[in-house]
Design a protein around this ligand. Sequence first.
Ligand SMILES: [Zn+2]
Length: 512
Amino acid sequence: MDDMIALRCKYCGAPLDASAVKEDSPYITCSSCGTTQQKMDARAYLDQLMGQVRSWVSQAMPGGMSAAMTQNVDSVARHNIFMTNFKPKVDMEFAAYKFGMNNLLSQPLMVMPFTTRKINVSHSSNQAFEFGAKMNEISSLAVSDETSKIMTEVTKVTDAYALLINNCALISEDKPGRFALMANNFSLAAADFGHMADYSPARDRFEGLAQLCNGCEMLMNGDIASSRPQFESGRDKLKASSAAVMGNIKVAIMGQAVNQEAKMAEVLTELTDYVNSMGGTKEIFDAVRRVFTFQYPATGNWAFLLNNHDRLAEVFGYMADCVKAKSGAGTLPITAGSGDVLVPFWHIDLKYSFQTGSLWKKHSVEVSETLLVPADFVIDGDCLSSPRNAVTDVFSVKGSNGLFAGLTGSETSISDSQGLGKLADSAAPNSAGGRRIVVPLSTKREAERIAETYIQWMSKSLDKLKLSNPDVKELIYIPFESEGNKLTVKPEFGVLTPARVKRTDLGQLIVL
Ligand SMILES: [Zn+2]
């Protein structure tokens, strides 16, 4: 019955759990890829695999010997067989696996809850597990310290590689229970690396990732309290790994990836705090899921900014403020005016100067404008490619004679004449008082970015203007009247109403 214990998963090639193999059920679930199969299929796969392994060995063996027969050959002869008949082959095949492994090690191998990511892999896990089975078959030939060290590295690295390939598949598919499977694979990979002193930062890394995955599994099951210590200790392991990577030639390639994983651990830790402070209800969990899963438009430089997980902690912070205000436990900076739904805007100060007056009376006029940017602009591709859509476009207000034709020099600001400045300045800590609240989806840095892009673009078309850097003051909440999922235009915005506000669909946003 010994070979029954070594059954292999027919989908990924991983050895199946020995205790599950012994159970009575005709079915078995692979603890590496998560697929359930009939034991007889796993048995057939194992037979096929071992057939390939034995034929690989016998082709390389001198004089038709089998690996088992070498037990009766003295160790010098075994060493010679290994060096002459196998080592060149092993070196060559291992080089390809090691190349694929380095490619994986150089990338972040963690994924946030609810999200997926595609990681390109050079081999199937079946190939890598099969190579490991070949190495086991010839392990008795590696008799010297040197050759057994080589075999340990080759076997363990390839096994870890196969496990990580399975995790790449789990990262690309949001299926229930995937974090438990990933944690299992990371733990086994960490154990593989634990056999080799040179690879200790990789061991720490995968122990850390196993803890993050355990934490995520708990979080998904609603056990927030238990998940936090997992995230914290995973983060510490990743930081230790990151510190040890420097100057270690075997694993130097993974430095940047580990740093990114440590940042994800940071975000997860903060996330548990926010979810906890928000009461951890089903509604909150749903809102958190939506923040994770928004499909941000991949527009130019924005793609990098918006797919970076660092931003999530800030967004969850705003969400927590909204939840507290909704429940009456906190306030938000809300402006004057009526409306049943509170819509978040970035309040930005924009200063510029321009020349006016004729010839010898020319003088420079300093102007201050209020820009308001709806805080959900990041999910609107047109706003990112054409920032005018996202702002109260003060420079669009011009008569047929040009922007400042009507200005004598005593006027100050275009936005003030519309009443936007007064509106923004009326923001004061207030309770939501039964009104619905739209959750902001952008960060302060992103608000700065959209305002900068807007004025860069404006400066090109208005060369008389001298614009200074925009100053993002705060996030404010402006009451709007809703009509179904639409917002009705407020008089204070008038002609400056951002295109984004006109096409707002509350159904696409997180509204508490
Ligand atoms: Zn499997």
